[in-house]
Design a protein around this ligand. Structure first.
Ligand SMILES: *[C@@H]1O[C@H](CO)[C@@H](O)[C@H](O)[C@H]1NC(C)=O
Ligand SMILES: *[C@@H]1O[C@H](CO)[C@@H](O)[C@H](O)[C@H]1NC(C)=O
Ligand SMILES: *[C@@H]1O[C@H](CO)[C@@H](O)[C@H](O)[C@H]1NC(C)=O
Length: 162
């Protein structure tokens, strides 16, 4: 999408026409460096499932069913649409070879706050998650700006226990 959007335009415009999203808690997959500066590279993931980052069994957060947790994310680079504000959508996914479960946990409206603003949502982990042989879930945040035809993604790996 990045390529399409900026086709025929110089590389430096890529920065201008892209928003960025970081997931601080639970910690996003993979590297999370330089997030105190706008347009951090680790906060620009747009392609495919989880922005192309693979699950990381060594860095899982642990949640319990029926409990509440605070998700903290950062709008690393602002691209707020004044007439039609976008949103940050937090959802839970679980995949096996034969099933796919997904549920929205919270939606946070985008605001005109500057780049680097933190947003948080208290989410409730349902008790009635699908029964499965594996407690490994993906908590995904997507940022839809309504300004760009791109969805920004970050995932965190979460073990959800009884
Ligand atoms: C796992 O998390 C630690 C910090 O908690 C980080 O330093 C390390 O890079 C992460 N490992 C991977 C493979 O992302
Ligand atoms: C989770 O939050 C909801 C809504 O604020 C509250 O009613 C509930 O008691 C909380 N549950 C726990 C386990 O803290
Ligand atoms: C904001 O959203 C409106 C409605 O979806 C759209 O027409 C407009 O182009 C968007 N503004 C920008 C700057 O992208």
């Amino acid at each position: 999408m990045k390529g399409l959007l900026c086709l025929g335009v110089t590389i430096c415009l890529v920065e201008i026409c892209s928003a960025h999203l970081c997931l601080l808690s639970p910690r996003q997959r993979g590297s999370l460096s330089g997030f105190n500066k706008a347009a951090a590279e680790d906060c620009y993931l747009t392609q495919g499932e989880c922005g192309g980052r693979m699950s990381d069994p060594d860095n899982m957060s642990i949640y319990k069913r029926g409990m509440n947790y605070t998700v903290i994310l950062q709008k690393n680079l602002d691209h707020h649409n004044d007439t039609d504000p976008g949103s940050f959508d937090i959802s839970l996914h679980h995949k096996t070879s034969f099933s796919y479960y997904t549920r929205t946990l919270a939606t946070i409206p985008d605001t005109a706050e500057t780049s680097l603003t933190l947003y948080m949502a208290d989410v409730h982990i349902p008790r009635d998650l699908q029964l499965s042989e594996s407690p490994a879930y993906i908590l995904e945040v997507t940022y839809n700006t309504n300004t760009l035809p791109i969805t920004f993604r970050q995932c965190a790996d979460v073990l959800i226990l009884e």
